[in-house]
Design a protein around this ligand. Structure first.
Ligand SMILES: NC(=O)c1ccc[n+]([C@@H]2O[C@H](COP(=O)([O-])OP(=O)(O)OC[C@H]3O[C@@H](n4cnc5c(N)ncnc54)[C@H](OP(=O)(O)O)[C@@H]3O)[C@@H](O)[C@H]2O)c1
Length: 435
């Protein structure tokens, strides 16, 4: 066992939203943190880009700010590096150097872990150090440690989650107040729930990064970000949301991972979620993850997926875990480097229910021709709505039973080629309760 140190020193890389929250939380709850770990945590220095920026941190910190990463990475007194810069470069280089210099690393950086996690976990293993990354998915909601530890005895059959607060905020506003997408996005930006450049959130990339981190732990596999099929919420209109409401669904951006006997099915896309599913009631900036384990059954995690203090909650818990490791209280294995790569099931081979909204010329027999095109590909119908419009056309909304993607899209091609169909307005996947 290591000789217990009385004080363990931290170096922060980044002192923005999460960095400031981390510093403040350690200061605020420092006495309890010391009691729980048996060690005093001292933050020695923080790397920033600009020294003379106004920062929301208490004045009583004897913290040294620097713009030179060497001051933190090469300081032999620092035991734990907390990377809160974000992005790939220079965060990847700094984490690598920190591990090689014998320091444990805490990070909230999902982009980096999703793209280079395996390489970094190997560097950590080679140097007998650990990377802690609870804050990288779901902000303050405990997800990584439950998957690594508390649920480790289970075979995880599937997981699905709302793991991007920005898109959930926008979709909630569209649903509650019937606002169009562009209006809801602008208001989300003004309220601080969407960034000036929201493309990573809207296109589903942020959720895909997080899904690849969760799926690798849940399914014991190396998951590459390119294995995740990703779709945007930009095509969702209030009209779709209203039809979904009429049929007792709510539209959410879901991240879905399943392990089947043929491999892993991984996808992020807008989804009609039945009103009676626990994920349907997750609103605004809140996140949730719903999973099924073979022993535990269904479990759901819910809370704030971002923000200074919710994210700091996870970062500081990771720091405490690293402190316990340094002082020999826990031995946390580097399980991530033992994963093999499981096969990925292509989207065409995956199955889903589908919502289809289309406009048809008001001619007799139109609906029959649509139903025949679907039936020819073994796609059966569950629900149908038909709305007569003043321009003489009819809007038809269909929900199918579970079908293979390739069958559905073949049928859709046939429907598109029918003379009587004027527009295909939208196609959205539909979640089965207990899917
Ligand atoms: N914000 C959230 O709610 C949230 C939630 C979950 C995870 N995360 C993750 O947490 C990490 C940090 O996010 P954040 O929101 O705290 O970011 P942020 O507010 O933009 O802060 C970034 C900090 O890093 C510093 N920095 C950036 N690039 C640097 C460089 N090249 N050299 C030196 N310093 C640099 C900045 O310095 P200056 O202050 O001088 O500009 C700033 O202090 C990201 O990986 C993010 O994905 C954030």
């Amino acid at each position: 066992m290591n000789k217990q140190k009385a004080t363990i020193s931290l170096g922060l890389l980044g002192l923005g939203t999460v960095g400031s929250g981390t510093l403040e939380l350690i200061r605020r709850n420092g006495a309890d943190i010391t009691r729980k770990t048996g060690v005093k945590i001292h933050t020695t220095g923080a790397l920033v880009r600009t020294l003379d920026k106004q920062r929301p941190i208490s004045a009583d910190n004897d913290l040294k700010l620097t713009t030179n990463a060497d001051d933190i990475l090469n300081d032999p007194n620092i035991d734990i590096i907390v990377e809160l810069i974000g992005g790939i470069n220079p965060a990847k280089e700094y984490i690598t150097r920190a591990l090689q210099n014998g320091k444990h690393v805490v990070t909230a950086n999902k982009d980096l872990l999703a793209q280079h996690g395996y390489e970094l976990f190997n560097i950590a293993k080679e140097n007998n150090r650990s990377i802690y990354y609870e804050a990288s998915v779901g902000g303050g909601i405990p997800l990584i440690r439950p998957l690594k530890n508390c649920l480790a005895a289970n075979k995880i059959e599937n997981l699905m989650g709302i793991i991007n607060g920005t898109t959930n905020y926008i979709l909630t506003q569209m649903t509650k107040y019937e606002k169009e997408f562009a209006v809801a996005l602008k208001e989300a930006q003004e309220a601080g729930f969407a960034e000036a450049d929201p493309s990573s959130d809207l296109e589903g990339r942020d959720a895909a990064y997080k899904l690849s981190i969760l799926a690798s732990l849940a399914f014991n596999s190396r998951v590459d970000i390119n294995d995740v099929h990703t779709e945007s919420i930009k095509g969702i209109s209030v009209r779709d949301i209203m039809y979904a409401k009429q049929l007792n669904f709510v539209i959410k951006l879901l991240a879905i991972g399943e392990e089947t006997e043929n491999g892993l099915a991984l996808r992020v896309h807008p989804t009609l979620v039945p009103n009676n599913h626990p994920l349907a009631s997750v609103q605004n900036e809140f996140n949730a993850l719903f999973l099924t384990g073979d022993a535990v059954g269904e479990v759901m995690f819910y809370g704030k997926g971002a923000g200074s203090f919710p994210t700091a909650s996870a970062v500081v818990a990771d720091i405490m875990e690293a402190v316990r490791k340094i002082s020999g209280q826990v031995q946390n294995g580097n399980i991530e480097t033992t994963f093999d790569t499981k096969p990925i099931i292509s989207m065409e081979e995956q199955t889903s229910r589908f919502y289809l909204r289309l406009k048809a010329n008001d001619q007799s027999g139109v609906f029959g021709r649509v139903a025949t095109a679907l039936g020819d590909e073994n796609v059966s119908l569950d629900m149908i709505l038909q709305n007569q419009r003043s321009d003489g056309r009819a809007e038809i909304v269909l929900i199918t039973h579970d079908t293979k993607e390739e069958n559905f899209y073949r049928a859709l091609d046939k429907i598109k080629s029918l003379d009587s169909i004027s527009t295909i307005n939208n196609v959205i996947r539909v979640l089965e309760r207990g899917n």
